[in-house]
Design a protein around this ligand. Sequence first.
Ligand SMILES: Nc1nc2c(c(=O)[nH]1)N[C@H]1C(S)=C(S)[C@@H](COP(=O)(O)O)O[C@H]1N2
Ligand SMILES: [Mo]
Length: 421
Amino acid sequence: MDIEHPRKSRHEEIDAIVEKKAGGVTAVRDEADKYTAVGAAERRTYANWLTPIEEHFVCHRNDIPDIDADVWTVSLTGQVEGSLSMNDIRDEYPTVAVAHTMECAGNGRGQHRPETGSVQWGFEATGTAFWTGTPVGSILREHGVESPDGRWLTAIGGDPSDGDDVFARSIPLTKVFDDCLLAYEMNGEPLPREHGYPVRLIVPGWYGVNSVKWVEELRLMDSMVVEGSLERPGEHAYWQQVSYRIHPEGIEPDAAETIETADTWEQLEGAVEYPYTFDANVMSLIGTPDGESPVSPRTEGTVEVRGVAWAGDDAVDRVEVSTDGGDTWHDAELFGPEYAGSWRLFRYGWDANPGRHVLLSRATDERGRRQPTRISEPDAWRDALESDEFPWNVGGFAANASEPNAVEVTVHNTAGTSSSE
Ligand SMILES: Nc1nc2c(c(=O)[nH]1)N[C@H]1C(S)=C(S)[C@@H](COP(=O)(O)O)O[C@H]1N2
Ligand SMILES: [Mo]
């Protein structure tokens, strides 16, 4: 889908968000000029567990809708029927708060060579927030839906489309019953407009695209959304079946009604021919040192290397740090808050010598899957995995290679000497 005349308001919207977030985020290059995309402004965001709203990335395709929460409703359609006001959502059901590491499936796209189109994210399109809201499972049970039965729930955004596509994403009902929520608060604040006000879906541990903002309809179906699934005009399945799929150049993936596994890595390993971006692949980022200024060891002689590591629905089992560009690796210690679907902090006491060093981190999840070293050449496709590489793909999705996220650090003084930092 090509939009030939991007709207002027794209830039106004980006400028307004950057200004509102007061230096916490910056605009990200988008050649096609189609997205509102801002990312964490500094690597240091990834030295802390909770991402403040002002440092949390924003990504969406359409204009932010102007919504009056007093009259907004979420309709239940398909195999379930109902209509919920914001008061219903807030007052008629249990309230939960979940920690969720949200990563845009396009995070790391800018690391693909040759470049792929769209938003050139480095590593800044990820963050962890607390989201407060109502379990979608409670709403569905109250409306007579007893069990998943292999079905799917399609969430539809109320954002006006600038083409004729509808922003609709389908989530397996098992996942919905497990832990999905309709969120109306972020880090204890009312949901900001750009993050989905007044209500959004949160799919814990899954790529950001699944967490539909400005939700206006939840449709219970036997299959994922395909063209013709919805009772409304427009293109229904673009965001599910065309975009956000992982495939090599020159391929137009077929639309599937259902798939065996939503685990993105399992799909990449061959379970699905052209994978859908659902749960997040194992990934890690160093937050400090951030490479912006030289560091000096603490009195006992070490520099603390600190960062975050996550693995979607899976737990992080291990994080290793290299301080010599990947030649040797050392186990880091995991610490801090531990919640399903959100990242862990890690730290490593680095015995640092003066000079310039290249620092890397790589995480392994509880299933033994480790971040690959680099992104492959364009034609490798799946074979890349066997050479410890992530398959270059034309949409630049789900990349989790360690090397492109390296940080170059200068160490000034050795232990015991005074520092003027
Ligand atoms: N309705 C709607 N929901 C959306 C989008 C969108 O364009 N429209 N973008 C998705 C994508 S691609 C991402 S990465 C996340 C980003 O959420 P955030 O802006 O709150 O960080 O929202 C998702 N939800
Ligand atoms: Mo995204």
